[in-house]
Unconditional design. Structure first.
Lengths: 617, 375
């Protein structure tokens, strides 16, 4: 190799980086760095850009390398001098960006690897130092054994524990009954096996584990001269009671909604799926927040491969904190840059249970009432539990209305613009004369008018969402006046535009899941611009582009537009119309293929024959 | 690694093939045939449909004989590297020229019928770009789009065909064959020349979920599109009479005749929209085929990087080849029929003969050399 060996990064490695088929390695490294909050090193040639521009450029450069070299190749040719120089420069470039990958900031752990001391005082000092003398850390000293020889320490975090439980089942019983133990070891065993009246007691010898438990609401017990500790599940804190979900109210159906506590939420699921095959797997995400996240599915219905994929994607998350399931959603979804969500979120346990029965998988996050459902398909976003609980005809009709309103919220303003600007002949003569008369005083072309009013409406809506309830009506009245009356009088917009905007707004509220309504809301502006420039052709082009995007989406392996494209005829039973329950024989084919048949055949109810005869008598 | 990872179902293939046929049907069929006795145009489309079953079956058999191989691959097996590649490039050229005519017809349709002041390049560029995007997303996406659009198109075709019932006069169809068979022979050839575009299924066959559906889908596509074409011609003749052969954009003229009550009038924009999407999907299909074919001819691993250049080429063709709508019309009347028939029939017959000869020679020597070379 000789001089060639001076290229310090192996060519193969380079080739790999450069033709990495997804280009993801560089990108994910950069992302990790951003997540860590540290500034990634930017190579000098990009340093004259502001940092937030230089970073994407770098990422783009690296990820677009796949287009430079369309085929995978292995480097086995000998390198000339120019190659070596190029290689060296690239080495520097990449080393700065890739090799200096930092992990997300961890809390500095003094406790890692530190064994538990036998001396209770040492441990106490350590615990106090670990918590930094936080005011809510409670350390209670008790004396047990003959003559109070042995010291027992109770350690817990105030506010996370059930205090009655601690005083009655721990302190009271320990003081009453722990006198007979002769040795510290015996006292420890007595405590563990007999005295502590708490259902879940664990034993640990690791300080780190112990601290995590205490921080999570467990009560820790340390005994002098024993190098093991007990943690008792005394968790109990103030929590919101189970209420009707505010974002997904229904007329018919259960009124329970998820709350912020994971355990309550899993119990809400268990109550609906009373079968041991309901699996709830828990893991912790977030190096500091240590948020509990649970995967729920029904074994035998859910595809094990998809479950494994969910586990993998969750395991890949490497962040410091998870506050809400929205963060998890963004970290595991299939299409991060799509305007449409590919993961369904809901705060209704009945919706989650329904999804589980179809073979889907739910992800519950501690600290938020919103559960995630995967795989999600487009139709699920336009479905409410009510569709299944109301009678079949009305359920189907409501669903058809929802599809219509989704389409309306996406295209109505652009249709207005296209028709008034380019295709006036489509309207009946009387109406077009009317429209023309109304628009006579308006100084703007229709597209400006539409954009103006839509923007105004969005501002009003955004203002209305977060206002205190006392001020809310005032804003609504003023906004309504501004949009409805004053703008018209002032000659800014035509009355028909107000009708269009109002209809669009109402239609977008008719979409049951907010996250997909937002997608349509944003795309509406693009559609208006397209319609303003190319008329119907523009709208068609926009819809076609949307179609390309939507049909190429997948959610955990399932095509997003599933029963529509690819068309699956057996799924039409639950698409626009919902067939009666006695005809809903099978689960969705792509999700529930493990156990396709969900119920018995021939369950159509019919009146018994003898009743008819009785009626004649 | 497979060059195209996706698979499509038989019904998606059927949808794509029907859509492919629908574009010429709705935009230019009776016009471009240059038929002398317009009232017999429907006979020619019916006969053309039936006659085109034969060449399509030939193509299907070829594809079934070499499962897992595209027409590009097995033509190289059968004709040798050199001649096989020549055949492949001829096919790519053929598909690109179809793409160019389609782009041109979109542009012309819009500039003629709806937005005369917008430059034609605006429409061509938008459609070309969108189709290229669809083609880049792979066959799966194209197939799904085709499937969705199929429903819309069938609905809008049925509405367009049935709603102008007031102005239909079926006596226009008489007299049948008044001038004998001769005048309908060329139009029949035109009908066949559009059906042989089905040679594209040589590219799709390896990417079918279930290869057995190939025959069914292609025959179904012939049946459906043949029926549509015939029905279209019948209705057009019934509505417009002998003037039908001079109509520009007959389908839109038909849609213009729709008038229901006082308010459903002049709705030609709606079928026009459906038709535009149809063109875009078909274009994506042809672009996909030519990109995959080119990638295989040049032994590349990815076809995606070829889609934009090929789309650009077809956009350029659509501007360079035709000066106006009349050029397009002339092209279809004079050049298209012999060109299309020669390319597709020529290639498939040569390939079939070659496979026949090779099959016999390999059978006689009991060496399955072909199969070995395949794997």
């Amino acid at each position: 190799m000789g001089t060639r060996a001076r290229a310090s990064v192996s060519p193969q490695l380079f080739a790999h980086w450069f033709v990495d088929p997804s280009g993801s390695s560089v990108w994910s490294f950069l992302r990790v760095e951003c997540a860590a909050g540290s500034e990634p090193a930017i190579p000098s040639r990009f340093s004259r850009f502001p940092k937030n521009i230089g970073r994407p450029i770098m990422a783009l450069l690296c990820s677009s390398a796949k287009y430079l070299m369309p085929t995978q190749f292995t480097v086995n040719k000998t390198f000339g001098k120019d190659d070596l120089i190029m290689l060296r420069n690239l080495t520097r470039l990449l080393r700065k960006n890739i090799c200096s990958v930092s992990k997300p900031s961890q809390v500095k752990k003094d406790s890692v690897g530190k064994p538990l001391s036998k001396k209770v005082k040492v441990n106490e000092a350590f615990i106090r130092r670990a918590f930094g003398n936080s005011s809510d850390l409670v350390v209670r000293e008790l004396h047990v054994g003959p003559g109070g020889k042995f010291t027992v320490l109770l350690v817990y975090v105030d506010g996370l524990v059930d205090k009655t439980l601690i005083s009655e089942n721990l302190i009271e019983r320990i003081s009453d009954q722990a006198d007979k133990s002769r040795t510290p070891e015996q006292a420890y065993d007595d405590l563990k096996n007999r005295i502590i009246a708490v259902s879940d007691v664990k034993e640990t010898g690791d300080l780190d584990n112990f601290l995590n438990h205490v921080a999570g609401g467990y009560c820790g017990l340390l005994i002098d001269d024993v190098a093991k500790v007990l943690v008792a599940d005394t968790r109990g804190w103030a929590q919101r009671s189970i209420e009707e979900p505010t974002t997904e109210a229904t007329v018919r159906g259960g009124k329970e909604g998820f709350v912020e506590t994971l355990r309550t939420n899993t119990s809400l699921l268990r109550r609906r799926v009373k079968h041991p095959r309901l699996r709830i797997e828990e893991c912790e995400i977030g190096t500091i927040s240590k948020t509990s996240v649970a995967i729920a599915y029904i074994s035998g219905l859910a595809d094990e491969k998809v479950v494994q994929e969910v586990r993998n994607r969750l395991a890949r998350i490497n962040v410091d904190s998870i506050q809400e399931s929205g963060q998890i959603e963004e970290l595991i979804e299939d299409a991060p840059f799509s305007p449409f969500p590919t993961i369904l979120r809901t705060e209704r346990p009945d919706k989650v249970a329904g999804a589980l029965f179809e073979g889907r998988i739910a992800i519950l996050t501690n600290g938020t009432p919103f559960a995630l459902i995967v795989p999600a398909t487009f139709t699920m976003f336009l479905t409410t539990p009510e569709d299944y609980f109301e009678r079949t005809f009305i359920g189907s009709a409501l669903r058809a209305i929802r599809y219509l309103s989704f389409f309306t919220s996406l295209t109505l303003p652009s249709l207005y613009v296209a028709v008034t600007t380019f295709h006036q002949e489509m309207l009946p003569t009387a109406l077009i004369l009317n429209v023309a008369a109304q628009r006579e005083g308006v100084p703007f072309p229709a597209v400006v008018e539409a954009l103006l009013m839509e923007a105004l409406f969005e501002i009003l809506r955004e203002a209305g969402v977060r206002l205190p309830k006392i001020v809310g009506p005032a804003v609504n009245i003023i906004g309504g006046l501004v949009i409805g009356e004053a703008a018209m009088r002032a000659g800014l917009v035509s009355p028909i535009m107000v009708v269009v905007v109002a209809t669009t707004g109402i239609a977008s509220f008719a979409t049951p899941v907010f996250s997909i309504a937002i997608g349509a809301r944003l795309l509406r502006f693009i559609m208006v611009l397209l319609a303003g420039s190319l008329g119907f052709f523009g709208i068609v082009a926009g819809l076609f582009a949307l179609g390309i995007h939507l049909t190429s989406l997948r959610s955990f392996g399932v095509p997003f537009m599933e029963p529509i494209a690819p068309a699956i005829v057996s799924e039409f039973k639950d698409l626009l119309a919902r067939v009666p329950w006695w005809a809903m024989h099978t689960r969705p084919a792509l999700v529930g293929h493990k156990d396709l048949v969900r119920q018995g055949w021939d369950q159509k109810p019919k009146p018994p024959v003898y009743l008819g005869k009785d009626a004649h008598r | 690694m497979e060059i195209e990872g996706g698979k499509i179902s038989g019904s998606q293939l059927l949808a794509l093939l029907v859509l492919t046929r629908l574009v010429p049907v709705t935009i230019e069929f009776p016009l471009v045939t240059g038929i002398k006795s317009p009232q017999d145009a429907w006979i020619s489309s019916l006969v053309g449909t039936v006659l085109s079953i034969l060449p399509v079956l030939l193509m299907v058999r070829l594809s079934l004989k070499y499962p897992g191989k595209t027409i590009i691959e097995y033509s190289q097996l059968l004709l040798g590297k050199f001649f096989g590649k020549i055949a492949g490039f001829v096919l790519v050229w053929y598909w690109l020229s179809i793409a160019a005519t389609m782009l041109r017809s979109v542009g012309d349709a819009y500039t003629t019928a709806i937005m005369p002041e917008t430059p034609i390049l605006a429409f061509i560029l938008v459609v070309g770009f969108l189709s290229a995007n669809a083609a880049r997303s792979g066959l799966e996406v194209v197939g799904r789009l085709g499937e969705v659009n199929m429903l819309v198109v069938i609905l809008s075709v049925l509405l367009t065909l049935s709603l102008p019932y007031k102005v239909m006069n079926f006596e226009n169809l008489l007299p049948v064959l008044s001038k004998g068979i001769r005048p309908i022979m060329l139009p029949t050839g035109t009908a066949i020349s559009f059906f042989v575009e089905f040679i594209i299924l040589g590219m799709v066959a390896p990417y079918l979920n279930n290869p057995q559906t190939l025959t069914k889908s292609s025959l179904g596509a012939i049946a459906i599109s043949g029926f549509m074409m015939t029905a279209f011609t019948v209705v057009l003749i019934a509505v417009f009479g002998p003037t039908v052969s001079s109509l520009m954009l007959p389908a839109f003229s038909l849609a213009r005749m729709i008038s229901i009550g006082e308010f459903l009038e002049r709705l030609e924009v709606i079928p026009m929209s459906a038709w535009t999407i149809t063109v875009a999907i078909t274009l994506a299909f042809f672009l996909w085929a030519s990109a995959v074919a080119t990638a295989q001819l040049l032994s590349l691993k990815r076809f995606q990087s070829l889609v934009y250049p090929l789309a650009a080429i077809s956009v350029a063709f659509s501007i360079l080849f035709f000066e106006s709508f009349f050029d397009l019309e002339l092209y279809f009347k004079k050049i298209w029929v012999p060109y299309s028939l020669t390319v597709t029939l020529g290639i498939s017959i040569i390939l079939y003969l070659a496979s026949f000869i090779r099959g016999r020679s390999s059978a006689s020597t009991k060496v399955t050399g072909l199969c070995h070379r395949n794997h």
